[in-house]
Design a protein around this ligand. Structure first.
Ligand code: GLC
Ligand code: CA
Length: 553
């Protein structure tokens, strides 16, 4: 199949926290290679590696200082070659993270760029004069900081949409674009199977964003030349290979998605939208204890399912290295039973939608958020910056409030080590890990689940197998059944006269399933999967966090 990535399941590995083979407390490539059979057994076909390139170490690898080298903490190029070869032997494809909106400030390009106003690489980055003694404009970056940093050496400011150590590349400069495409082709020639493109819709800056006029700047998402750049990138790289591409694109609408990943766009295969991740935001963005309303989830998911149908391809995710654990956020961790049931329910909900599912490492075990007692337990630059801004500078949150929000929403929740076993070190490391291991690894771990068909892991395995067996999961047209129900999410997928019926109780209270049971009774129904034993089912009641899928003929 040409569009093989439509039927694939992607598993995201966060290298720093996956498996530490050499015992220094940090995950590494050899560790990943060791665990590839685990990913294959689960049934995923594609492995996306968060950045493994040499890094400045400011944003956990998302600040690359050499695109052609492996981060020494993770190993060597020989280790990478081995990983790639072993993956391909197992039938797994490897997707790398492409971080080219910015580099590390330690990248030689930036070192040279900042050395003088006349340096040959000056124009690789975005340098501007200050405005009346302060930054060119008042634009803020994504990490609770101004987007401009003053550099005394040349008395100008450089733009950084993320941390100070992540200067933005100047995509207007054709030489920059050539360098990027050459680097991408280098990795393709090594045999990788695709890229996940980090904040790729921020590469084209609108004039107001780069103006030195003291103004408020501008949102850089979906800027004026972004589609031109991506089409050029496609021609220079993707078009030449049989690959999978997914763009990380905050702030995109359905219409934007069709432009980026439409059947005729010649840009990307699919994008990650953020509307679903934004359903529980508040006035200070993610820093809140607000809980989502299922009706908002339905509104967003339905808009994307309907809007892209036949026009572009969806990606499906409930978590990644930038989000809290999905079972803590959308499910229920108040009891072990609810944790397990709700983890399976969320997986059912996601895997039966149209689009390529992305599983973040550990979600297949039902891993949860961890506990950060104070800021010394935290590692993430975003959380430190937010703490400084909201607690120290603006004083809108107390220390305790902010700790609560970090515990609920901080990115480090997803970055604690993979829980391979219940031993000290969780089977991840023999040393002191770079970030604390979740204390619940004694209960929640791979060893306890891989051979148990009733575990969360066993359930994921069955879900993934269903995708292989039933084309309707890839092709069927989505329809929402119960728009206003705040607890139960019911949808169907229809193709070739068949209907897939998906029922998900997002609450801890038993709910009526009468609306769906009526449908089931009219047709020949096969139950494909469910997270409760079928024999105990009262057909028209959905138990706490129950999920069921039927095929109606
Ligand atoms: C993306 C990455 C995130 C990183 C940011 C800057 O959002 O997923 O982890 O901090 O880009 O590269
Ligand atoms: Ca290591």
């Amino acid at each position: 199949m040409a569009d093989w990535w439509k039927k694939s399941v992607v598993y995201q590995v966060y290298p720093r926290s996956f498996m530490d083979a050499n015992g220094d407390g940090v995950g590494d490539l050899k560790g990943i290679t060791q665990k590839l059979p685990y990913i294959r057994d689960l049934g995923a076909d594609v492995v996306w590696l968060s950045p493994i390139n040499q890094s400045g170490g400011v944003d956990a690898g998302y600040d690359i200082s050499d695109y052609y080298q492996i981060e020494p903490e993770f190993g060597t190029m020989a280790d990478f070659n081995e990983l790639l070869q072993r993956a391909h032997e197992l039938g797994l494809k490897i997707v790398m993270d492409l971080v080219v909106n910015h580099t590390s400030d330690k990248h030689p390009w930036f070192q040279e760029s900042r050395s003088s106003r006349h340096s040959a690489k000056r124009d690789y980055y975005i340098w501007r004069n200050g405005f009346q003694g302060s930054a060119p404009n008042r634009m803020m970056g994504y990490f609770c900081e101004p987007a401009w940093e003053y550099d005394a050496k040349t008395d100008q400011y450089y733009m950084h949409l993320f941390a100070i150590g992540q200067p933005d590349l100047n995509w207007e400069n054709e030489a920059v674009r050539r360098e990027v495409y050459a680097m991408m082709n280098f990795w393709f020639m090594k045999g990788i199977d695709g890229f996940r493109l980090d904040v790729i819709n921020a590469i084209s800056k609108p004039p107001a964003a780069v103006a030195s006029d003291g103004g408020k700047g501008a949102n850089c998402e979906n800027g004026p030349r972004v589609h031109e750049y991506l089409r050029e990138m496609n021609r220079e790289t993707f078009l030449k290979y049989d690959c999978i591409t997914v763009g990380e694109t905050p702030g995109v609408s359905v219409g934007d998605a069709i432009r980026y990943a439409g059947v005729c766009s010649n840009e990307l295969n699919m994008i990650f939208q953020f509307e679903l991740m934004d359903v529980d935001q508040d006035i200070y963005g993610k820093w809140t204890s607000k809980r989502y309303d299922l009706r908002d989830v339905k509104r967003v998911v339905t808009r994307w399912q309907e809007g892209l149908y036949g026009k572009a391809w969806n990606s499906q995710y409930l978590g990644n290295h930038d989000q809290p654990r999905c079972v803590s956020r959308f499910g229920d961790t108040s009891t072990p039973e609810y944790r397990e049931k709700s983890a399976k329910m969320l997986a059912t909900f996601l895997h039966m939608l149209q689009g390529t599912p992305y599983i973040y490492q550990g979600d297949e075990l039902g891993m949860t958020n961890t506990v950060f007692k104070d800021m010394s337990d935290v590692r993430d630059v975003e959380a430190f910056n937010a703490y400084r801004l909201y607690v120290e500078q603006r004083k809108v949150f107390t220390h305790n409030e902010m700790m609560r929000f970090i515990n609920l929403r901080g990115r480090d929740n997803a970055r604690t080590p993979m829980q391979w076993s219940g031993e000290t070190g969780a089977g991840f490391t023999r040393a002191e890990p770079w970030i604390g291991i979740n204390p619940n690894h004694t209960q929640i771990n791979a060893k306890a689940q891989v051979n148990d068909p009733n575990s969360v892991y066993g359930y994921y395995k069955r879900l993934i197998r269903l995708r292989r067996e039933y084309d309707i999961i890839t092709n069927g047209e989505y329809k929402l059944i119960d728009k206003d129900n705040p607890c139960v999410y019911t949808y169907t997928r229809v193709a070739c006269g068949e209907t897939l019926l998906v029922l998900c109780n997002f609450s801890a209270v038993a709910q009526s399933a009468a609306h769906a049971e009526a449908l089931v009774k009219l047709r020949r129904a096969t139950r494909l999967i469910g997270n409760y034993p079928p024999e105990t089912a009262a057909a028209d009641i959905l138990r706490p966090y129950e999920a069921r899928v039927y095929l109606l003929e």
